[in-house]
Design a protein around this ligand. Sequence first.
Ligand code: DAV
Length: 365
Amino acid sequence: MTVSSLAQNHPQDHSPARVVNSSNEWDPLEEVIVGRLSGGVFPTWQESMRATMPPESWRLFQEKGGRPFPQDLVDAADEELDGLARALEAEGVKVVRPAPADHAGEFATPHWRSRGGLYAAMPRDYLIVVGDTIIESPMSWRCRQFEGDAFRPLLKSYFDRGARWLQAPRPQLTDELFATGGHHDRWAVTEFEPVFDAADFMRFGRDIVVQRSHVTNAFGIRWLQRAVGSAYRVHTVEVNDPHAMHIDATLLPLAPGKLLVNPERYVHNKLFDGWEIRKAPQPALPRDWPMFFCSPWVSMNMLSLDERTVVVERQEEPMIELLTDWGFRCIPVDFRHVYTFGGSFHCVTVDVRRRGGAGQYLDVG
Ligand code: DAV
């Protein structure tokens, strides 16, 4: 590639080190956002949640929407989030956090109202970095409509320092979007308007893999493809997950050629021809652990610091064994109390900057 074609690719780039720069899940991590749980409230119920949330949570959300989570659980999870931040800093990674916020405020649009927001604990659900661009998602849970506010100071600061900053069209989230009441054959969202959660996408350099889910429709996937442009190619993959919401407890690339998969959900795909695929071990979490939002498979929801180093939950011993055997160095961090709120290390982070560019890693024929 000539110098002039590089310049055309990045006309806005005035300095060699871009403040936002990440195209995959494994290049050396330099800066990361770590979420925060304090001020979080139970989500306000909407019918489309039935498709993804554990049945024990349905009544809880219906009754407690907008009210604070139990303080002792919040404190325990926030302590673990602080512990993750310290572990990352000890590895030389710059950690930034959203400011503490109160998510209890009611809000309404001309079409619907929500008893409150949710939290700023899972920035991966909301933000995706593609190259030098950071994108805010059009999330389909009404209670999450203003979740991005907690991250605005960070986004403005990245913009000031040269990042490209996009927000997907604000979704209306009217009833037309939701295919509930037995009228949907597969997904809880229709094609009324573009919606997605950023966590349904997984980045492999110039190729981005996405799953359709109960929060991500084909319209949303088309929007993201056009927003990132032809330098990137978005591939929709099939997964075996009737409750699909977020791809990062289904497949996780840990290094070029090394893909960790959920043995219950992964469906063979020729995109990964030439990759070594290993199955995640059964999660080690006790069956009676409170899980408001997700399955115990967040055991495989991990964060890579580089091609050899993975942050892993301290008590997931079978996972630590598998990773060590596969040649990785494990950084064990306590995180079970965060699991309760719907995610682990990948969900609670956004890798803002990794050292490296957008290579080609997948077999796209
Ligand atoms: O396994 O319930 C969790 C993914 C969270 N981002 C699951 C999906």
